[in-house]
Design a binder for this molecule. Sequence first.
Ligand SMILES: *[C@@H]1O[C@H](CO)[C@@H](O)[C@H](O)[C@H]1NC(C)=O
Ligand SMILES: *[C@@H]1O[C@H](CO)[C@@H](O)[C@H](O)[C@H]1NC(C)=O
Ligand SMILES: *[C@@H]1O[C@H](CO)[C@@H](O)[C@H](O)[C@H]1NC(C)=O
Length: 475
Amino acid sequence: MVMAWEVAIHLLLQFLNFSLVASTDTPNIVFIFADDLGWNHVSWNNPSVLTPHMQVLAETGVILDQSYVQPLCTPSRSALMTGMYPFHLGRQHGVLAGPMPTGLSRNYTLLPEKLSSLGYATHMVGKWHLGMCDWSYTPTYRGFDSFYGFYSGSNDYYSHNTSGNGHGSGGFDFRDNEMIAFETAGTYATELFTEKAVEIIENHQTQENPFFLYIAHENVHFPYQVPKEYYDLYPDVEDDDTHIALGMVSAMDKSVGAVVDALKSTGQYDNTVIIFSTDNGGVGNLIDANYPLRGNKAHVWEGGTRGAGFIYSSLLQDIPRVYNGLMHVTDWHNTLLDIAGSQSLPDNDGFSQWEALKTGQSPSPRDTLIYNIDETDSEKGIIGAIRVGDYKYIMGESDKVNNEEGPWLFDLSDDPNESMNLVLEKPVLANELEELLLGELSTLVPADLPKGDPAGDPSNWGGVVSPGWCPATTE
Ligand SMILES: *[C@@H]1O[C@H](CO)[C@@H](O)[C@H](O)[C@H]1NC(C)=O
Ligand SMILES: *[C@@H]1O[C@H](CO)[C@@H](O)[C@H](O)[C@H]1NC(C)=O
Ligand SMILES: *[C@@H]1O[C@H](CO)[C@@H](O)[C@H](O)[C@H]1NC(C)=O
């Protein structure tokens, strides 16, 4: 009798399509994405930076030493959400600015929606920057159960007004789910995000399903603004922007500490995987943000693309470790689905790194990386870079510091800061890599960066950055 009931309930649940894949021991995932954080602005690469909470996670977990991101915000976020290289999405050139009537292609089912169908509760706090001209581009329509943050690329940290990124008049940009959250004006963004993240973690503890919490911090993107207590931590830094930016790094570190405390006090810490990564390299006007790497944000040089990051979980084996396997931001997509127990992984540009990250016993599944292919530069033609094994080939990139002309070939195992161009020494290899890179042009989706549409100007929407003005043809 009992057996029959069990079978009946089982069949009923199947019939109702209940998601039973994620059991209670499937781990929670906290993915923390920093904005414009340079390689040299974290304590595990530079001990004079004060990031004690992250340092504990990094030095007791797995430091990601070869973890690449895209050179810019929108492209990196696009890659994370889809598992696709931005040049396969039309997102290879620039960022979504102001009232551009487009967004991350709706052709794709994004990571949170997939995690949701695996039984995860999905929450986002922070910066979206993947489009908002129509509600269907915004986080709560793309798989997040909840959203607390902003749609644009950069806001004032206190007023939460966006500058408009050079298109349109700017306006207030902060939402609690879909609701305009004027009550947040005046409070430092990082504090708001932290409070919400802690609240989500505390509210979750009674639920049976795991959660995915995506914390996309605004720090340390300009404008440079930070509460005095963090600024005061760096009395010896003379350059003022760098001084403030370092304070912003420490403010973000405090937030990471609060998230860890909340996980611990609710008994969820041991069953959570915490991932931390920057979205791209630090900006060039900050002093030594990516030292000793060459170049900065917006460039395919290592300084723009080799991201500071770590993964921590008590589920990881053989820790602490440094992971030298090659990784790319597209890999997080399948890695997270793997952590979530997905039966099959999608065919995209990424690889699950979970086995290698978890055990430390297997090599990276990736040996090739395309940093970017940008076909839009009328002067230089193609700007792009590819890495196969330890060799990196770069074409079309600009070099404002040394005024060098490419192309370049580097052996990164020997020359991680890209100082010895081997193009003349190894012309055959350089040619092969160029052909591999250009071979990808046949799969490129042309860059989708339409002119700003005055219809989206916040002045038409009560001074608030608001969806509702996409042309019907937008993908
Ligand atoms: C979206 O799908 C359409 C129809 O298949 C295709 O033409 C278009 O190139 C796709 N866009 C992107 C950005 O993948
Ligand atoms: C990069 O490496 C070369 C050779 O080791 C060195 O001369 C140069 O100073 C380095 N650059 C930086 C920014 O560390
Ligand atoms: C922010 O934008 C709102 C709405 O447009 C406006 O009322 C407010 O004055 C702005 N605040 C600042 C500090 O610019």
